[in-house]
Design a protein around this ligand. Structure first.
Ligand code: DHE
Length: 560
């Protein structure tokens, strides 16, 4: 095993050395002490790697190598790099951001840190170590053995309506009773915890931290708590579980950003069983040393996971019936795959190729690419939203980080009554006027409303508000709800971002996180979906930086 890891490292280093003029770059890069490098490395991991990549080859963010050169499709060469930009320009970009979508860091990093980061990115990127199956097994802990777990639900919670809430900056998840709005437990999870997904049975919650720590929460315990943990990577974002009939709760899968690989685990213990590297060729036929695992979703119609590989633009259909002899279908789409969700029929998975401004749709029944749809700048659907458009039939919606529209794409349907909409399938049928900086859209089959946040908008009022459209008549003006004001919390200079609408299990309430600073009081504001009036504001000193909220029933059944 050791030999393989060393071999992979050498390969990465070689690919690196061949790709750029590192030796001469290093000579010109600003000098840094070992302590400064360590400090910058930590800041880079926490603040920059998500968009620019560990190896700095760029994804949603630009390439940040000291020197790069590339050929366009007509064979014309261009060159650039952080060395060419130089210290002063880099400090400006990091401090004030750019029109291209880079956010300003002058309110997050000190002047000294900005100067340090500008120096750091002119130096050759370090190649972090690998993380083998053995490393993962060494980190694996079963806290409550399966035989010691209850055989039936030991609490009186309405589990369908429990919400697993990311408390981003404390590395915790709050489990909230959706009926009473009480916090049932706050459990320790990974660093800057990212998302939760629910097992097919609805019993287990799988949580992934950005540090690659997976936590398994058993909702049947008298007080739901973590029963197993494992670390699958140094940097990670995605997780899901096996949902096909006969495989319920059997396996979990988690994807790494670094190392670029995914791990298949036992569903009820998290014992790592198999690690698969995602390094390989992009859809343009170029080798990439860091193809990160973006969204993963579990199919209901086949024993398969859809695993989306960001930098290569390859969509993998991983068949988990025989993990010793793993069968994978590789579908080329477009580069920089990110987040996505099912269409209403749950046959097609639609995923944002965000830096290509496209949505890729995979037909999981045939195992083929169904469509590549051009949309506006930087689509960011979250899971997207499905509803029946009065004029165009079934549509799936995505918002955009870089454009002021929510785009509706017509999706196929086997229902005879929708046959007349076939001519529109995979076309953009409408763009609804919104504002840029939208992260998540959401609806529910029992609702007539479409909700969208604008959490990353540069205007404070807009970042603190959400918009709601009546889906039966999209020409009606949208309602704009200022969630920060509705929360009744004292105003703060820092933005309290209103983010991630999530429905209750019955589709009657919409929960919005008010994501304040680490020392500000944050909240979750619960709206009545029919009247758009506030029903409840959930605040608590423990409610620090809430972001994603995952209703058990809706997440278990992929309802959006
Ligand atoms: Fe996320 C989903 C990656 C920043 C909240 N985010 C995803 C997914 C990916 C991803 C790949 C899809 C997972 C899946 O479905 O399996 N997110 C990234 C990043 O790389 C990025 C841009 C930068 C980073 O450094 O991490 C990033 N994400 C954020 C945030 O800053 C957010 C807003 C707040 C937070 O808690 O970190 C955030 N991401 C979310 C949420 C989802 C998500 C709530 C799940 C949406 C859903 O409804 O399923």
């Amino acid at each position: 095993m050791k030999k393989t890891v060393v071999g992979m490292l050498t390969m990465t280093a070689m690919a690196f050395a061949m790709g750029s003029a590192f030796a001469q770059d290093a000579a010109k890069a600003p000098e840094m002490t070992a302590a400064e490098k360590e400090q910058s490395k930590k800041i880079y991991f926490e603040r920059c790697a998500g968009c620019h990549g560990v190896l700095r080859k760029g994804a949603t963010g630009k390439n940040l190598e000291p020197h790069w050169s590339k050929k366009d499709k007509d064979g014309n060469m261009s060159e650039g790099g952080t060395l060419k930009l130089g210290q002063q320009r880099l400090e400006k970009i990091i401090g004030y951001g750019t029109d291209g979508g880079m956010v300003n860091f002058d309110d997050i990093l000190t002047k000294e840190e900005i100067s340090l980061m500008s120096k750091y990115i002119q130096n050759t990127p370090d190649v972090p170590p690998e993380f083998s199956l053995k490393d993962q097994l060494d980190s694996w802990k079963v806290i409550v053995a399966v035989k010691d777990r209850p055989t039936k639900q030991m609490n009186k919670l309405n589990l369908n309506n429990v919400f697993s809430v990311t408390l981003r900056d404390t590395g915790e998840v709050a489990l909230i009773d959706g009926d009473t709005k009480d916090i049932v437990n706050v459990v320790k999870t990974g660093y800057a915890v990212h998302i939760s997904r629910i097992s097919a049975s609805g019993r287990y919650v799988y949580v992934i931290g950005r540090d690659g720590r997976v936590s398994l929460i058993d909702l049947w315990l008298e007080k739901p708590a973590v029963v197993a943990e494992v670390k699958i990577a140094f940097d990670a974002r995605s997780i899901d579980t096996s949902k096909f009939k006969g495989f319920e709760d059997k396996y979990a899968i988690a994807g790494g950003y670094w190392p670029p690989q995914y791990t298949i685990m036992d569903g009820d213990t998290l014992k790592p069983l198999k690690v698969v590297s995602t390094r390989g060729m992009t859809v343009d036929g170029e080798y990439h040393p860091e193809p990160r695992v973006a969204s993963i979703v579990s199919s209901f119609i086949k024993p398969e996971w859809v695993v989306n590989i960001k930098e290569t633009g390859q969509i993998l259909l991983v068949d988990y019936t025989d993990i010793e002899n793993l069968k994978t279908t590789t579908i080329g789409s477009a580069k920089f795959l990110h987040d996505g969700g099912w269409d209403a029929s749950k046959r097609y998975f639609l995923v944002a190729a965000n830096a290509s401004n496209k949505i890729a749709a995979v037909d999981t029944k045939t195992g083929k690419l169904a469509a590549l749809v051009d949309v506006a700048k930087i689509p960011h659907p979250g899971r997207g939203a499905n509803f029946t458009h009065p004029k165009f039939g079934p549509v799936w919606a995505t918002g955009h980080l870089g454009a002021d529209v929510v785009t509706l794409i017509s999706t196929p349907s086997d229902d005879k009554k929708n046959a007349k909409f076939k001519e529109h399938n995979w076309k953009v049928v409408q763009e609804i006027k919104h504002v840029p900086g939208n992260l998540f859209v959401k609806t529910h089959p029992k609702s007539k409303n479409l909700w969208a946040d604008s959490a990353q908008n540069s205007d404070k009022d807009l970042a603190e508000s959400v918009s709601v459209w009546d889906m039966s008549d999209l020409s009606k003006p949208k309602a704009v709800l200022n969630v920060a004001k509705d929360s009744g919390l004292p105003p703060t200079k820092a933005v309290k971002r209103a983010v991630h609408p999530e429905y209750s299990a019955d589709g009657k309430e919409v929960w919005i996180s008010l994501w304040g600073g680490k020392t500000d009081q944050s909240a979750i504001v619960v709206y009545d979906d029919a009247t758009l009036k506030v029903k409840k504001v959930i605040t608590d000193p423990k409610m620090i930086t809430p972001t994603g909220k995952f209703n058990v029933y809706n997440t278990q059944h992929d309802i959006y």
